[in-house]
Structures are given as structure tokens and as C-alpha cells.
Ligand binder design. Structure first.
Ligand SMILES: NC(=O)c1ccc[n+]([C@@H]2O[C@H](COP(=O)([O-])OP(=O)(O)OC[C@H]3O[C@@H](n4cnc5c(N)ncnc54)[C@H](O)[C@@H]3O)[C@@H](O)[C@H]2O)c1
Length: 250
């Protein structure tokens, strides 16, 4: 394809999402940037930076766990660019808590945003991808969905759900020219990552458990996402790739 590519990145105001959006822009994509309205200032800063790179940007505020807002986002995105080549489901939350005593509301919030949110954003853009016979869907899961850590059972369940969902969707839409893959970040220094990493002892322990002997940066996640979004990955679908510097070896 020689025309300019377009991507929609959810949760793009900071952390891994902002790095992915900026990294795709530097690879020539025009961007639809999503986040919740509370993140307005941060999202506008990311947009400004990308516009400075000469790329087109559309900002769409939407809570990915709200079907009405998600459907409105898809319409706005398609209105702005005519099509979305690559969808990156990155928006996510982590609420720490042991199973014993975990509030039902915490379980629901994590599942609604991490798992159901990805499903709903995909569902809102699938008809347009099917019509074109082209699409790249990249879901940001987590090594937490394979390995997990105490206080993250509901988070782990939500990310395992994303991986299972992606494998089946890959089979459903493969014949239509649409690929679906997951990237599983390891321990990445972001606002979410800081929940674990603020404690120097915890940080050191993770470094020791990591083959590359360091904590990841949001930029470490960009290349693998860009690969799955590209035509180089045209025959790769239903896969999960750990981007963790060597923590989980499967
Ligand atoms: N940081 C890590 O160590 C790590 C590891 C594995 C996976 N991940 C995953 O990577 C993704 C990005 O995480 P991060 O570390 O950059 O976290 P972060 O908290 O810095 O960023 C998450 C972004 O998602 C947005 N968001 C939250 N709820 C939303 C909603 N309902 N609708 C739209 N946007 C919403 C937030 O406002 C924020 O901008 C998440 O899916 C996370 O689970 C992170």
C-alpha cells in the first residue's frame, strides 16, 4: 500500500499508548488518539507532538467500556480518515487486590475496560475492515495474563481473556484479510508500572528476574506493535508475543 496509513490507539495520552502512537506516527501513520476526557491535557500534548511530525491527528474522547461512546468514536474516526488500517487496543487499568476481599466492583471495572473494552472497540471497527478486506488488530495483553503476580488475579484474568478472544477472532476474520495479534509487555515503567516499581526492592527483584537485567521503557513496546501492524506481518495472526526483556519464556 502506498497511501498514508491510519491507526487508532486507545489509551494514548501517556505511557505505552503514547509511545505506540508516537512510534506509529514516526513510521508514517496518521493517528486517531483516544483516551478518557480526564486525560485531555496529556492527550492534547501527544497530539501536538505528532502534528509537529507532519502527521494528521484526530482526538476522540471515549471510555472504551461504554458501548455508546465506542460506537461514536468509530464513526468519528471513519469520518475523519475514511478507514482505520491498524487498531491498537492499549487502554487498560490495574487495581491491586488479593482475591480474598477483592471488591466485586474492582473485578468488574478491570474486566470491563481491559477485556470487554477491547472487544467493543474491535466490534465497532470490524464492519469497515471487513468491507475493505484489510485490517490489523493489535491487542495489548500482558505477561500477567500468562504468568501473573499476587494481587492481580482479576487483571490476569482480563488479559488472558484478551488472548483467548484474539485467537478465535483471528480464525473468524483471517479469510477476510484481517490479522489479530497480542503483544504482552513485561515490567514497563509507566504510571501503571509504578504501582509495583515505586518500591526499590521490588524494582531490583524484577530486574534480577529479567534476562536483559533492566526494567522496560514504553518505547520498548513500539517495534513489536509496529511489526504486527505492518505488511511484513501479513501472514502472522492469532499470536502472542512477550515483550518483557526475558521473563516469560513461552
Ligand atoms: N506498565 C506495565 O508494566 C504493563 C505491563 C503489561 C501490560 N501493560 C498494559 O499496557 C497498556 C498500557 O498501560 P500503561 O502501563 O501505559 O498504563 P497507564 O496507566 O500509564 O496508561 C493507560 C492509559 O489507558 C487510559 N484508560 C484507562 N481507562 C480507560 C478507558 N476506560 N477508556 C479509554 N482509555 C482508558 C488511561 O487514561 C491511560 O492513558 C495497558 O493495557 C496495560 O494493561 C502494562
Amino acid at each position: 500500500m502506498t497511501e498514508t496509513r491510519t491507526a487508532l490507539v486507545t489509551g494514548a495520552s501517556r505511557g505505552i499508548g503514547a509511545a505506540i502512537a508516537t512510534g506509529l506516527a514516526s513510521r508514517g501513520y496518521d493517528l486517531v488518539l483516544n483516551d478518557i476526557e480526564r486525560q485531555k491535557a496529556d492527550l492534547e500534548a501527544v497530539a501536538e507532538n505528532i502534528r509537529g511530525m507532519g502527521r494528521r491527528v484526530e482526538i476522540v474522547f471515549a471510555d472504551v467500556s461504554d458501548k455508546e461512546q465506542v460506537e461514536a468514536m468509530a464513526l468519528k474516526a471513519l469520518d475523519a480518515f475514511g478507514r482505520i488500517d491498524a487498531l491498537v487496543n492499549n487502554a487498560g487499568i490495574l487495581i491491586a487486590g488479593e482475591v480474598d476481599g477483592l471488591a466485586e466492583a474492582s473485578w468488574d471495572a478491570v474486566m470491563d475496560i481491559n477485556a470487554k473494552g477491547s472487544f467493543m472497540v474491535i466490534q465497532s471497527l470490524l464492519p469497515s475492515m471487513k468491507k475493505r478486506g484489510y485490517g490489523r488488530i493489535v491487542n495489548i495483553a500482558s505477561i500477567g495474563g500468562k504468568h501473573g503476580a499476587p494481587q492481580q488475579a482479576h487483571y490476569s484474568a482480563s488479559k488472558a481473556a484478551v488472548m483467548g478472544f484474539s485467537r478465535v477472532l483471528a480464525q473468524e476474520v483471517g479469510p477476510l484479510g484481517i490479522t489479530v495479534n497480542c503483544v504482552c509487555p513485561g515490567i514497563i515503567l509507566t504510571d501503571m508500572g509504578r504501582v509495583n516499581l515505586d518500591d526499590p526492592a521490588v524494582r531490583e527483584a524484577w530486574q534480577e528476574k529479567t534476562a536483559m537485567a533492566r526494567i522496560g521503557a514504553p518505547e520498548d513496546v513500539v517495534g513489536p506493535v509496529a511489526f504486527f501492524a505492518s505488511d511484513d506481518a501479513g501472514f502472522v495472526t492469532g499470536q502472542t508475543l512477550n515483550v518483557d526483556g526475558g521473563i516469560v519464556f513461552s
